[in-house]
Design a protein around this ligand. Structure first.
Ligand code: HEC
Length: 125
C-alpha cells in the first residue's frame, strides 16, 4: 500500500523516514519518562522481572513472571501494559494503589526500552 503510494507520487523512502521519526519522537515525548521508569522498575519490578526484564530471578521463575522482551510482550499496547501494572494479573500484584498514574506511565516507557534490548538469540525451532 505505502509502496504504491510512494511510486504513484514518486516519493522516495528517504523522504518518508524523517516523517516517521518525527511522529515517533513526538508521541514519546508526550508520555512517561523511561529514566524515571527505570528507578521505579528496579525498586518494584526487578525482583520478579529481573533488572533486564528477562524474568530470570528466583521469585520470577517461581511465579512465572514473563520476559518483557519476548515477542508476546512486545505486542502489548501501551494501554495494555498500563492496565497490567495498574491492576495486576494472575501472579502479578496490582500497583495502582502504590504508584500514581505518572509513575505507571514512566514504567510503560521503561518497559518499552527493555523490549528494544535484544533478548539473547534463541535457536530456531
Ligand atoms: C510478584 C512478582 C511480580 C512483580 C513484583 C511484578 N510482576 Fe509483572 N508479571 C508477573 C507475572 C507472574 C506476570 C505474568 C502474568 C500472567 O499473564 O499470568 C507478569 C506480567 C507482566 C507484564 C505482561 C507481560 C506479557 O507478556 O504479558 C508486564 C508488562 C509486567 N509484568 C510489568 C511489570 C512491571 C512494570 C512491574 C513493576 C511495577 C511488575 N511487572 C512487577 C510478576 C510480577
Amino acid at each position: 500500500m505505502l509502496a504504491r503510494i510512494m511510486r504513484k507520487y514518486k516519493i522516495g523512502a528517504m523522504a518518508i523516514v524523517p516523517l516517521f521519526m518525527f511522529a515517533f519522537a513526538h508521541t514519546a515525548a508526550a508520555q512517561g519518562k523511561a529514566e524515571e521508569g527505570q528507578k521505579i522498575f528496579d525498586v518494584n519490578c526487578a525482583k520478579c522481572h529481573g533488572p533486564d526484564g528477562s524474568g530470570d530471578t528466583p521469585i520470577g521463575k517461581a511465579v512465572g513472571a514473563k520476559d518483557l522482551r519476548a515477542p508476546e510482550a512486545l505486542k502489548l499496547t501501551d494501554a495494555q501494559i498500563f492496565t497490567q501494572i495498574d491492576q495486576g494479573k494472575n501472579n502479578m500484584p496490582p500497583f495502582g494503589g502504590t504508584l500514581d498514574k505518572a509513575k505507571i506511565e514512566d514504567l510503560v516507557a521503561y518497559v518499552r526500552v527493555l523490549g528494544k534490548k535484544k533478548a539473547p538469540a534463541k535457536k530456531a525451532g
